[in-house]
Write a protein that binds this ligand. Structure first.
Ligand code: UD1
Ligand code: MG
Length: 471
């Protein structure tokens, strides 16, 4: 089998129109950076190596690539000064100095996140088949775009690309434009790049001038691509448009895999989310972020936001629950209005109800906290029951302390458990208690004051009030 292509991703430009402190290619589409989308597509197309050509904010982009794909997984070439796309590719050549001339190089741009993997594969196949050793994607934009125009010779062979800025009115009338993605044999790239000159309207080295060289070899192959698949992002209006398109693509793929969405248009699923099992059911207004995964039969109701959460089969997340960096066990019932903060480990058959907040807490199988509770730095044993209004006092302003509630324990309503503290197996804490000492197994802890009943007090009180009113 032949080796996969070498892929260059041009991403040195500034992106002025984004009006942002963040590098353009690091803006996110469905939770993944634009350059992350491009690199992901390149890898899915079998890229043997990916070289990102960086300039503006190169350090930040490199850090993000290392975080997403592993340190050094994407090679970096630096283009310190942006002198055009031809110059950008020249800057990447040293990175492939040891590669043979017949290797295929795919050149992509970092700000076109929707480019499908199949289009990269098509480019490679067309380049392999091309006697000129070059292929590119052409597109017919759905609105006027300042793209390079594809100029053909009398026999219809691609002769050259004329940049919008350099084009005559007649050339601007050409419908076929250059989408900006190429595949070319490395030998041709090396030779032809060396001939580029900046004698054009922009005073740049145009990569597109390589197409005229390919004409001398019989002409580069142009492959049609849908404009929506190749469109680049230049400002935040473009970014929002691409976001909508990406979301549609993601949602449709999940629906085809067996996920029901009541309202796909209001369902927000990040690119990194998955897997989502068969018969997952998502109500309107659900957001799934990061590496969230839902097993088969999980239902998520309106308004839930799950970030980096793993949910086991048939769990039911009721409306407006916010879950972050946590795991939810099989058949658990969560919400409405539950807040699981990071490191919440919720085992199977657990119930968490409205206004229950957990943080660094392990709820073991069958444990329940159905209403109004704060459980932080705690472990709650098998089938333990946490009454309404229970608070683990885990923080003294300096350190955090652990509360251990053993299996079968029953915490009465409105209790405070002042950590570090342990409530033993099957023990009871009477409602309204403030527990500061460990409770032994099977004991009852009661810290509230004893109740006093003053017989007849209310009647006497009312009589005295009535008398005072008359006076
Ligand atoms: C380029 C093409 C044009 C095509 C259009 C499609 C050239 C000369 N023209 O034009 O035919 O229709 O894309 O979008 O290539 N970049 C660098 N370093 C540079 C210059 C650019 O890394 O010195 C990067 C940019 O960050 C961007 C990409 O290359 O990701 C394209 O550059 P851009 O300036 O947008 O090229 P266009 O003028 O749009
Ligand atoms: Mg552009």
């Amino acid at each position: 089998m032949s080796k996969g292509p070498l892929v260059f991703v041009m991403a040195a430009g500034l992106g002025t129109r984004m009006k942002s402190d963040t590098a353009k290619v690091l803006h996110k589409v469905a939770g993944r950076s634009m350059i992350g989308w491009v690199v992901t597509a390149a890898r899915a197309a079998g890229a043997e190596r990916v070289v990102a050509i960086l300039g503006h904010q190169a350090d930040a982009v490199k850090t993000a690539l290392d975080a997403s794909f592993g340190a050094g997984a994407v090679d970096i070439a630096i283009q310190a000064e942006q002198r055009g796309t031809g110059h950008a590719v020249q800057c990447a050549l040293p990175a492939v100095a040891k590669e043979a001339d017949d290797r295929i190089v795919v050149i992509l741009t970092g700000d076109a996140p929707l480019l499908p993997t199949e289009k990269i594969a098509e480019l490679v196949a067309a380049c392999e088949a091309s006697p000129a050793g070059m292929a590119l994607l052409s597109t017919v934009p759905d609105r006027p775009m300042p793209y390079g125009r594809l100029v053909r010779d009398a026999s219809g062979v691609l002769a050259k690309i004329v940049e919008h800025a350099d084009a005559t009115p007649a050339q601007r009338a050409i419908a076929d434009t250059n989408a900006g993605f190429y595949a070319i044999r490395l030998g041709h790239l090396r030779k032809d790049l060396a001939t580029l000159r900046a004698d054009n309207a922009k005073g740049e080295l145009y990569l597109t001038d390589l197409v005229a060289h390919a004409h001398a070899r019989g002409g580069a192959t142009a492959i049609d691509a849908a404009f929506r698949d190749v469109t680049g992002v230049n400002d935040r209006v473009d970014l929002a448009e691409v976001e909508t398109a990406a979301r549609k693509r993601i949602n449709e793929a999940w629906m085809r895999a067996g996920v029901t969405m009541i309202d796909p248009a209001s369902t927000y699923i990040d690119a990194e989310v998955g897997p989502l099992g068969q018969d997952v059911w998502l109500a309107a207004g659900v957001t799934l972020r990061g590496k969230t995964a839902l097993a088969g039969g999980v239902r998520v109701e309106t308004g839930c936001v799950l970030t980096e959460v793993q949910v086991a089969e048939a769990a039911y997340i009721k409306p407006y629950s916010i879950l972050t960096e946590s795991t939810i066990g099989a058949r658990a019932l969560i919400g409405p209005f539950t807040h699981c903060r990071p490191a919440s480990r919720i085992d199977e058959d657990v119930h968490l109800g409205n206004f229950v907040e957990t943080k660094k807490t392990h709820m073991m199988a069958g444990a329940k906290a159905n209403h109004l509770a704060y459980l932080g730095d705690a472990s709650v044993g098998h089938k333990a029951n946490i009454g309404a209004g229970t608070i683990t006092c885990n923080y003294d302003g300096v350190g955090k302390y652990q509360t251990t509630i053993e299996a079968g324990a029953f915490i009465g309503s409105d209790s405070q458990l002042v950590a570090p503290v342990t409530v033993g197996r099957d023990a009871y804490v009477g409602a309204g208690s403030t527990v500061t000492k460990d409770v032994p197994r099977g004991a009852l802890a009661l810290t509230r004051t004893k109740q006093v009943n003053v017989e007849g007090w209310a009647d006497r009180f009312r009589e005295a009030q009535a008398k005072r009113k008359k006076e």
